[in-house]
Design a protein around this ligand. Sequence first.
Ligand code: PAF
Length: 253
Amino acid sequence: MRVWKSIAEWRTHRETIAAKSIGFVATMGALHRGHAALVERCRAENEIAVVSIFVNPSQFNDPNDLARYPNTLESDLTLLQKLGVDDVFVPTAAEMYPQGYRMKVQPDERYRIMEGLHRPGFLEGVATVVLKLLEIVRPEKAYFGEKDYQQLMLIRDLVAEFFLPCKIVACPTVRAESGLAESSRNALLSPAAREKAPVIHRTLCTAESIEQARASLEAEGFRVDYVEEHAGRRFAAVFLDGVRLIDNVALCC
Ligand code: PAF
């Protein structure tokens, strides 16, 4: 497994593998079973599997959230090696934003719902960094999880809007037996909060309405950012012990 920090060096190497099919998984590290499932699919469907690890500062609206985002680079690299990844791209912020954040992708008002409304700058930051990553890695296929459903839709739209020659492959949310969606943020939960967190998924699946879902989550002690329904899915973002968790389910579940 090769680890690249420099865009220029990766690009020189990329020329030598240009004839092969390249699949890509973008991550912010703190890898878990959800990432492993994306990487396994990427590995199976492409000759070369590339993973990026970059905690993208431009998508954090809260500096405390950025500061405490888990950093587990050593164990992440060990996992990626075991999964048979060929190339890992681990750039610095200076490599990705050499001129600072002077230019960004601005999704329009249609995206001002859910994460786009409650986390100012988040979708811009994601769209901008994913555009950069796709341009650097130039994969045929890129794999994103349905847990971050709005992000997945945004990236699909980004690729269509900018005519990027990349297929976006949606992968189902990976859950613990309890129903809790795998997330890097789960590592920040206390044992008691981890016990309670599966209530989010259960509530999304069983509540009769978004109002009822909000009320039962609040009664269980969650601070609710939103519960909304769009395009046949029900979405929630909640705080538990100060940790923000998101999840969504298809309404027919
Ligand atoms: O889902 C994530 O981990 C991030 O939002 C992504 C897509 C890697 C962009 O920084």
